[in-house]
Write a protein that binds this ligand. Structure first.
Ligand code: TRP
Length: 328
């Protein structure tokens, strides 16, 4: 079985785009691949966060991932900071990565929004920590979205350079992005991806939204003034998004779905109904899990132990390769 690792930040609430675009794929992957999923709290603190909220969100996200179908008996689900090897390998890799290659990372440029002087150093070195996440587990595949491609390339470059300079130590992950799920757009601004940080709450369907809320958001989804239902993401992004959502929720193709409609009203109603049914079991399971958070914390402890068993071996290899004297 191929080893797979992915990470997700405990910031914001998980929405339909995360679910259809990533999480649902992980749930499927876990049975055919040796899967590691990591809630990346150390990445979350690269920008200021309220401490109590970060802690709460970390547990919440874990509950949600389990509710969505990640089975801790099948995959390894853990919190990044529970496995100290991540921070440790990250330091070693910082001593292999160059200023120039980090400066080229477009996400840093965007996130520091040109206020580079006051950006935290961790925001700059963020991709190196991500490389450590991946390399610690000898991951061959990293299922992430297009926006992470550059970080993945950097991870490969660092691994290749390390192996070249210090001897074969790391598995170089595959840079080809696996086919990820549907790309879901904001309901109010269908030319932008549905996003955690979007300042358009009405355009984002949260996985834990109540059915009535989901129905309202879909009913108010922006379309265009024509009425014809065709799948044309360039000319009719709003309608295409609804078709995309309905198709993804029902396992069909958007263009096929379009053939069944001649008006927007019924399309919106059916999309809402499909999304409500898609998310219902997740919301119900979440409520059950949330009533006993201690159970999930114990799951996380086991996950961290399983992860650490792998990570400590890889870190030991890297330490030896680069010339750190062992304690014993
Ligand atoms: N940077 C990723 C994101 O923002 C999250 C992440 C952290 C990650 N570590 C990872 C993804 C390791 C894949 C593998 O989406």
């Amino acid at each position: 079985m191929a080893r797979v690792l992915s990470g997700i930040q405990p910031t914001g609430d998980i929405h339909l785009g995360n679910y259809l675009g990533a999480v649902r794929g992980w749930v499927e992957d876990q049975h055919t691949q040796d899967s590691y999923f990591c809630v990346v709290d150390l990445h979350a603190i690269t920008v200021p966060r309220d401490p109590a909220e970060l802690r709460a969100k970390t547990l919440e996200l874990t509950l949600l991932l389990v509710a969505a179908g990640l089975d801790p008996e099948v995959c390894t689900l853990f919190v990044q900071s529970h496995v100290h090897q991540h921070a440790e390998l990250s330091w070693i890799l910082e001593c292999v990565a160059s200023m120039g290659e980090l400066r080229r990372m477009t996400q840093f440029k965007e996130k520091s929004s040109d206020a580079e002087e006051s950006a935290r150093v961790g925001l700059f070195t963020y991709p190196v920590l991500q490389a450590a996440d991946i390399l610690l587990y000898d991951a061959e595949r990293v299922p992430v979205g297009e926006d992470q491609r550059q970080h993945l390339e950097l991870c490969r470059d660092i691994a290749l350079r390390f192996n070249h300079r210090y001897g074969d130590t790391f598995v170089v992950p595959d840079a080809t992005l696996p086919k990820v799920g549907a790309r879901i757009m904001d309901l109010q601004r269908p030319t932008a991806k549905m996003s955690k940080s979007a300042d358009s709450p009405q355009g984002t369907v949260l996985v834990l939204d109540e059915p009535a809320v989901i129905e309202r958001k879909l009913k108010r989804a922006v379309t265009d003034t024509a009425t014809e239902v065709t799948f044309d993401p360039d000319k009719k992004p709003g309608v295409a998004n609804l078709l995309q959502i309905l198709a993804a929720a029902t396992g069909r193709q958007p263009a096929d779905v379009a053939e069944g409609y001649s008006q927007y009203g019924p399309l919106k109603a059916d999309t809402a109904a499909a999304v409500v049914e898609l998310l219902r079991p997740v919301r119900e399971r979440y409520a059950e899990l949330a009533s006993d958070p201690e159970a999930v914390r114990s799951t996380l402890r086991q996950g961290a132990e399983k992860a650490e068993a792998v990570a400590s071996g890889t870190l030991a290899r890297a330490r030896t390769a680069i010339g750190l004297l062992s304690r014993s």
